[in-house]
Design a protein around this ligand. Sequence first.
Ligand code: NDP
Length: 599
Amino acid sequence: MAEATTELGFDPDALRAKYRQERDKRLRDDGNEQYIEVTGQFKHYVEDPYVEEALERQPLTDEVDIAIIGGGFGGLLAGARLREAGIGNIRMIEKGAEFGGTWYWNRYPGAACDIESYVYLPLLEETGYMPPKKYIDGADIMAYSQQIARHFNLYENVCFQTEVTEVRWDESISRWIIRTNRDDAMRARFVIMSNGPLNRPKLPGIPGIDSYKGHTFHTSRWDYDYTGGNANGGLDRLGDKRVGVIGTGATAVQCVPHLAEGAQHLYVFQRTPSSIDERNDRPTDHEWVNSLEPGWHQERMDNFNTLVSGGFAEKDLVNDGWTEIIRNLLFMVQLEKGSELTQEQLAEKMELADFQKMEQIRTRVDKIISDPAVAESLKPYYRQFCKRPCFHDDYLPTFNRDNVTLVNTDGRGVERITEKGVVANGEEYELDCIVFATGFEVGTGYSRRCGFETYGRGGESLTEHWSDGARTFHGMHIAGFPNCFQLGHVQSGFTANYPHALNEQAQHVAYIISQLNAGNHKVVEASADAEQAWVDTIIKLARVNEKFQADCTPGYYNNEGKPEERSLQDTNYGLGPVAFFKVLEDWREEGGLQGLELS
Ligand code: NDP
């Protein structure tokens, strides 16, 4: 063992080699193509199981000022910030039967947010709401989404159970025409798109997937009629069922403990283990609540965002697993007199701190899991941010139960599905039900993921405009697509706390529309030059992260192991969210709507 090993408690070279070996096992030629789109014979996987009453209404051909597509936090925030700015006549369009977005669809047992609720939930001071716990349940988040909608009067004019099928700019009237699956052809002066980055469920393209005769569903359309119980668990109809769950990402981590409690036997089919750290939930402390001063919410969100984006803050207000990871990494680097280190030395230190963190995660597995072979299979061997880190206190102990079998496919994934069940490692597992915890489309085309095409000036489609990669100004405006705003993280600031980024974008949109109205302008769009300059910036900054992504085990963060195939344009603003929000703020302060053309 080298001297460095003794000091660190691990051998960096050995770990590096192990990570490479684990990644190489998982690299596959088909990348994103390994998954099946939920259309055609698989369409039922996206049907809404939660609708209580099917909506009947006449097609709409009316006009609104602003149509907002998506009733999740992005749409709600846009609506809220526009209302605050005194801009009326808004219509929200949502395919679900209620507000909630992600939290409308993901109602699986155990669904909860593992980012602290006091920073994750937007508009807490505006609505006066205080979450009951540090990590709030999914059902409460959905209820809170509705509270936001009521508070800002966003139920007025809303179209639920309505799927947009096409958005087209009509040059002759300078309006967007929005067509839907209800034969609507509504007109809108502005359209704001907040479709959700992970809204389209995907299935693994496993041979035989269409031959299975048992029951199946995707976690984002949970079938409680079949399982019994509710989001709190109690899946009492599974007592005589052999259940298989495919996937071990953040969703599986939350629902597996409940499936294990309900099922006669649970088989968990694992391709890559997640990293599981402590969550340590606790009720909201009322003394703390009473001590809060106005402005506390933004301060806390900013503090969290700074720490999880590699910045420095005097205090760590959230102080949980998310911020600890980053704190450790940075302090390790700082202790080494960071300022005197070259970029390369800095990266090396970061790598060591990452190894150390992941060693801690792996040791935790050994401490919890009684069978050493199972423990070994549950250990993640990759850098912490190659995949989304998970925080859960009941997931790992589940594998100590007699009625739970971990089927570790050692990176290969499930081989086949038969009429009776799942084949992995050459063995067939007969199952009554398969739950697909296989995630959502990320690396596919934007319009495919939205479920509709957008046509701008001259009938150019967004798919055509983006055929060589995404093109935007500030991630939000697109040249040739006037009066259209996109909320999301492509070419924008990405943060683990996604609603925070949406809030910044929503405020920005409200500012721009207010400015237009004040100046009596009718149409705004990015100039081709501003768009090109932003694309160039995104590409230049994206290169910084290339090697890290290439060394990672495959997943949706690195385009399923093919980061080089994803256009460098289709990524986030490389200097991180703190810098990105500052770009927007400085731009507003500068005034004059630079880079936008008004008419
Ligand atoms: P993921 O994409 O993270 O996970 C999909 C899982 O399916 C992976 O474990 C993947 O393995 C596995 N898989 C795919 N194909 C196969 C196959 N052929 N055989 C075996 N396994 C397979 O989706 P999730 O729904 O878990 O999570 C999506 C995102 O939603 C998260 O990353 C997170 O951002 C968010 N989320 C947030 C929560 C929160 O608390 N805030 C809670 C839940 C989700 P492999 O890793 O090898 O590709």
